[in-house]
Design a binder for this molecule. Structure first.
Ligand code: CUO
Length: 674
């Protein structure tokens, strides 16, 4: 296979300290060698800036200095004449450039160069498994790989709930925060939507600021539903920067590259002014407050101050997108000097709260890295506040009028669920899966190392939607499916305004509607929000065998997408009550004319489509992104082209091995739909 090839690297590419071991390195891979690929000897670009980051240090895009270095390196990779030159410069970089930064920049370049569509990048969980798993696994894996020959190796098991015990209430949702697939999705999202690059076109993607808002809003909605299922209150916004953060977090991750443990944050830590010359960071907490106040001021006045002092109105069409870029912030912020870098610097302040002036020589905590940030309870408190600031803007907009919500002649008479757990019920349970760690671990001998981990899973189901088309002619509609909790922490019904903000998108698809009655049956597996398990973890056995085909390129690059095993919340043993909502909107007003051939477009709701426009003209989160003050309950909001159904999520506390479930479920579903 492909990964058995050996690159023959020009001798002077090796750093001085490696000169002596060059032959050793070459021999090390010699056994595996199927073929030899000579690396082109080129005039190397100036790599001084990216080389300033020490090889063994952590790398964070949130740190402005690291960002500049990464921006430069991406630029270098993007500007290599062809793939062979890129390969050549990479082989030079590999032993010199910080591996985290190298991996990030190369991934961005591969995603954005037109000529690298067929190149296979291994999943991040394989390259840097230390960012996703308990270090004990690596010790065990090392033993296993030394003692047992490849082929006969048993998987190493990652324990469940290893970061705290039941005394910590937040531990009840650790399965969500520490889910490998969720963290991979978040890392991937930020890879697809970088906020900084010397090449503006990499940042300036269609509606990227709005997607920043929406994808993170949905994370909070999902997390809150998960919390309610586990008897926890919805997450409290982190909005007073002078008050301590009640939640502590002890990640128990080791960095293989930096050979140190990720620093913890003790309970009741307060963020403090930063002065870390080593990271070229000097920032006061008051700076955050100033930026926040300016952001709110822009919303209050519905106008933005440009660098030249001019005021521009925030218009309905592009407003949320501009605000997203301003807030994050990205380099396409309308005025980064004035509105600053609020969200990113929030991550930085929190991630250094244990050592704000570097006196203990500690590096940043998990909040400083998009691959690990979602493990920490404070991530949700921070993003909940961010979401509230965006919501201030949405409250400024007038409610959707009838002509925006209605679809003349189209009536949705019902929506329901059918599946193995019974009608209108979704069954959830624990599942035991296996992931390949082989590539990321520098063991000898090399070969496959499997890790086993437990994650939430649900039984697959179908949506069944009855639509009556009385228009007398065929029509095209967009089906929008959401789910929300029905009651709050105290068991009281949610008011409409709370419930609409708690709506979790489950699916969105286009459908033809014949005149008369239509029964639409749609599989949960085909969700526009999720990607299949195999894609999240890049199960190489599922990879199309012919590299260079559009299918193989999609498989490699479309790792962004909510992991399918987390499509629905955990529920409760008694059955957690939720409301399922479906709307059919007029496709003529939704559609975006574009060619989708050969682009991965099956998780577009949170990730958009590679190299294309966001495939829905409506505001993200439509129809729930705006308030509707006249509606006190969800039923007040309903139109003829909408329907709801009370459903329940029933959790069974058993653990099933993945393979076994898949074969059982296939037969369950075929019974259900026949
Ligand atoms: Cu995704 Cu704060 O933007 O982590």
């Amino acid at each position: 296979g492909e990964d058995k090839a050996v690159f023959e690297i020009p001798e002077h590419y090796y750093p001085d300290k490696y000169k002596a071991v060059t032959t050793t390195i070459a021999n090390r891979f010699g056994d595996d060698a199927g073929r030899t690929i000579p690396v082109r000897n080129i005039a190397l670009p100036n790599l001084n800036l990216p080389m300033e980051l020490p090889y063994n240090e952590q790398f964070s895009l949130f740190i402005p200095k690291h960002r500049t270095m990464a921006g430069k390196l991406i630029d270098i990779f993007m500007n290599m004449r062809d793939v062979e030159d890129l390969q050549s410069v990479c082989s030079f970089c590999q032993l010199r450039i910080n591996p985290y930064m190298f991996n990030y920049c190369l991934s961005v370049a591969i995603l954005h160069r037109p000529d690298t569509k067929g190149i296979n990048i291994p999943t991040f969980a394989e390259t840097f498994p230390d960012k996703f798993m308990d270090p004990k696994v690596f010790r065990k894996a090392r033993e296993v790989s030394n003692v047992v020959t490849s082929g006969n190796r048993l998987p190493v098991t990652i324990p469940v709930n290893y970061t705290a015990n039941d005394t910590e209430p937040e531990q009840r949702v650790a399965y969500f925060r520490e889910d490998i697939g969720i963290n991979l999705h978040h890392w991937h999202w930020h890879l697809v939507y970088p906020f900084d690059s010397a090449d503006r076109s990499i940042v300036n993607k269609d509606r990227r600021g709005e997607l920043f808002y929406y994808m993170h809003q949905q994370i909070i909605a999902r997390y809150n539903m998960e919390r309610l299922c586990n008897g926890l209150n919805r997450v409290a916004r982190y909005m007073n920067f002078r008050e301590p953060i009640a939640e502590g977090y002890f990640p128990k991750l080791d960095s293989q590259v930096a050979s140190r443990a990720w620093p913890p944050r003790f309970a009741d830590t307060t963020i403090r002014d930063l002065d870390r010359p080593v990271d070229q960071i000097r920032a006061d907490v008051s700076q955050l407050e100033t930026w926040r106040d300016r952001f709110i001021q822009a919303i209050e006045s519905l106008s933005i101050t440009l660098p030249n002092g001019r005021q521009v109105p925030i218009d309905e069409e592009r407003g949320i997108d501009m605000l997203g870029n301003m807030m994050e912030s990205s380099i396409i912020s309308p005025n980064r000097q004035y509105y600053g870098d609020f969200h990113n610097m929030g991550h930085v302040f929190i991630s250094y709260s244990h050592d704000p002036d570097h006196r203990h020589l500690e590096q940043f905590g998990v909040m400083g890295d998009s691959a690990t940030a979602m493990r920490d309870p404070v991530f949700y408190r921070w993003h909940s506040y961010i979401d509230d600031l965006f919501a201030l803007y949405k409250y400024k907009l007038s409610p959707y009028t009838d002509d925006k919500l209605d679809f003349a002649g189209i009536r949705v008479s019902s929506i329901s669920l059918e599946g193995a757990a019974g009608s209108n019920t979704i069954g959830t349970f624990w599942e035991l899966s296996t992931v390949e760690l082989g590539r990321g671990l520098d063991f000898t001998p090399r070969g496959s190392v499997l890790a086993r981990f437990t994650h939430l899973q649900h039984q697959e189901f179908n949506y069944v939607i009855e639509v009556n088309n009385t228009s007398g002619q065929g029509a095209m509609g967009t089906v929008r499916i959401f789910m929300a909790p029905t009651v709050n922490e105290n068991g009281e019904p949610l008011a409409f305004d709370e419930q609409r903000r708690a709506m979790v998108e489950l699916d969105k698809f286009t459908t033809g509607l014949r005149p008369g009655n239509n029964t639409i049956r749609h599989r949960s597996l085909d969700s526009s929000v999720t990607i299949p398990y195999e894609r999240t973890f890049r199960d190489q056995s599922a990879r199309p065998s012919d590299p260079g085909t559009p299918e193989a390129a999609d498989f490699d690059f479309c790792g962004c997408g909510w992991p399918h095993h987390m499509l629905v919340a955990k529920g409760t043993p008694q059955g957690y009550p939720v409301v399922l909502f479906a709307m059919v909107s007029n496709w003529n007003e939704d559609r975006v004319e574009q060619d989708l051939v050969g682009s991965c477009n099956d998780a577009a709701s949170y990730c958009g489509i590679r190299d294309r426009k966001y495939p829905d003209r409506r505001a993200m989160g439509f129809p729930f992104d705006r308030p509707a003050p006249h509606a006190n309950t969800l039923s007040d909001f309903l139109r003829p082209n909408m329907a709801v159904q009370e459903c329940s999520i029933r959790f069974t506390d058993t653990t099933r091995p993945r393979q076994q479930r898949r074969s059982n479920e296939a037969s369950d579903l075929s019974t259900a739909s026949s």
